[in-house]
Design a protein around this ligand. Structure first.
Ligand code: FAD
Length: 475
């Protein structure tokens, strides 16, 4: 049987994009179908990963300027940042990324079409273009990489002026003086700290009982100390009763209470609310029943290790397959789907079992492997090595001395079990430790090898020396 394409890909986010580029390296005939009439890159480029990092970069620049050149009457960071300039900078970043994606796909001979794709049968897709015109194509293989979309709140509405979501936040023309962020996701936490860095008085209403429960306790303690200095108020385990505009007082009123103490309604007055709630997979409009693929009760598609669905030539990758719903993982899954589909041995080797996490808050947080508590629970003979960022020379002169790097290792073999970091460049720093862990190295690596100086990586050396001193003292 012959088909129009070797592969058709639904969605141009990190999963779809990486699958397209990887498939191109196998000289395949590829069609990439994107529902968004203007942009490529999905949540990654347009409303999630990249724009939030661009906003954060601007906030950090203002913070660092204040830290390096303090004055007697310190200016709020938002007085140094004009929101219109900020939007301009963010738009430039996104436009440039969109153009780069377009150019790369073009260079690799990936055909692109704008429209919403859905299944007619196991090899046929119907594409409805932005004008409503329909056409059908066939493909030998299909990748579903349609991502996810934010859920709507149940007790209030998003008006995109006073109550914002991820998209309207990025178009808002001013930096609010007082803001409430509602949500228990990492994104909610990131945005709360980004606005606090810009000088906004932020309250985070976390619907879960604990903030970032997976963090190592020492790192969490350091984080909470830093957040206290930033004056971010955090309420855990809350439910939101109402969010309404108060015309008389020209503010937005947020009524919330603790989930356990239902009688205590608290009302806060703010300029704007950001709703950073959960996500739903984009699987409902794909007509999956035509191909007998049945998503789970949350709408996620089940796949095997090769990203193959229950239909052997149909693959799924990225947010549509659920946890951990990250761009970093989506890129890998998209490439893996391509190599499975076209039998390439190059990407066959399984990666390191340890997946790092990075939280792009201010301060940054990252981790890999076991926390100290987790390692003790599993029965390891645990020792730890600590480095405060105040001991790190680069942190000293860049005035980013708040932070902690913690090595968790086996007392006898000195083998690394986990690494947790809070502080400047944590998400980048974690990769040095990740490599040592993946190659079964132990903490002596950081002491025996010369690291560039001054760098934030010095923290590894300080923590390893601290850990080794503890081991020697115990002998
Ligand atoms: C605020 C925020 C910050 C984030 N920060 C990070 C971060 O720092 N690091 C990280 O790793 N991850 C981050 N993420 C998560 C990351 O953005 C997502 O995990 C990632 O974008 C998912 O990739 P994807 O390819 O599955 O889908 P998406 O990026 O959502 O792309 C899916 C694409 O499919 C298209 N589509 C949908 N339905 C159809 C259809 N029927 N036909 C054709 N096209 C269709 C959509 O228009 C979209 O372009 C963040 C998310 C948010 C919201």
């Amino acid at each position: 049987m012959s088909f129009d394409y070797d592969i058709a890909i639904l969605g141009s986010g990190p999963a779809g994009y990486s699958c397209a580029i990887q498939s191109a390296s196998y000289q395949k005939k590829i069609l990439l179908i994107e529902a968004n009439a203007q942009q490529l890159g999905g949540t990654w480029v347009n409303t999630g990963t990249l724009p939030s990092k661009a906003l954060r970069e601007a906030a950090k620049a203002a913070m660092r300027y204040n830290a390096l050149f303090p004055t007697d009457s310190p200016k709020k960071p938002y007085s140094r940042v004009d929101k219109r300039e900020l939007l301009h900078y963010k738009n430039e970043v996104l436009d440039s990324k969109n153009q780069k994606l377009k150019d790369n796909l073009h260079r690799k001979n990936v055909e692109m079409v704008r429209g919403v794709g859905s299944f007619i049968d196991e090899h046929t897709l119907e594409i409805t273009d932005p004008d409503g015109k329909k056409k059908r194509i066939t493909a030998a293989n299909i990748l579903i990489a349609t991502g996810s979309r934010p859920t709507d709140p149940t007790t209030f509405t998003i008006d995109h002026v006073n109550v914002l979501d991820y998209s309207s936040l990025l178009k808002s023309s001013h930096i609010p003086r007082r803001m409430i962020v509602v949500g228990s996701s990492i994104n909610a936490f990131e945005y709360a700290t980004i606005f606090a860095t810009l000088g906004t008085r932020v309250t985070l209403l976390n619907e879960s009982d604990e903030l970032l429960p997976f963090l190592d306790q020492d790192v969490r303690a350091e984080l909470l100390t830093i957040l206290e200095k930033q004056s971010i108020q955090i309420f855990n385990g809350v439910q939101i009763d109402k969010i309404e505009k108060n015309q008389l007082r020209n503010c937005t009123e947020v009524g919330f209470r603790s989930k356990t103490a239902t009688e205590q309604l608290r009302i806060f007055e703010v300029d704007q609310v950001l709703y950073a709630g959960g996500y739903l997979p984009n699987t409902d409009t794909l007509n999956l029943k035509a191909i007998h693929i049945h998503p789970d009760e949350h709408g996620f598609i089940q796949v095997n290790d090769e990203m193959r669905t229950s239909v052997s030539h149909i693959f799924a990758a990225g947010d549509v397959v659920g946890y951990p719903s990250l761009a970093s993982i989506s890129f890998v899954q998209g490439r893996l789907a391509a190599s499975s589909m076209f039998d390439s041995a190059l990407l066959d080797e399984p990666g390191d079992a340890h997946i790092p996490f990075g939280i792009y808050s201010v301060p940054e947080i990252a981790g890999i492997g076991l926390s100290e508590e987790g390692a003790r629970r599993l029965g390891f003979q645990v020792e730890i090595g600590l480095a405060s960022f105040s001991q790190v020379t680069q942190a000293e002169y860049s005035r980013t001395e708040e932070g902690l790097l913690k090595l968790i290792f086996d007392k006898t073999s000195l083998q690394l079990l986990g690494i947790y970091i809070v502080g400047e460049q944590a998400a980048d720093l974690i990769h040095l430790g990740q490599a040592v862990m993946a190659l079964n190295g132990d903490i002596r690596y950081f002491v025996k090898n010369i690291l560039n100086y001054p760098t934030f990586s010095e923290a590894y050396q300080i923590a390893a020396l601290d850990g080794l001193a503890k081991v020697e003292a115990a002998e």
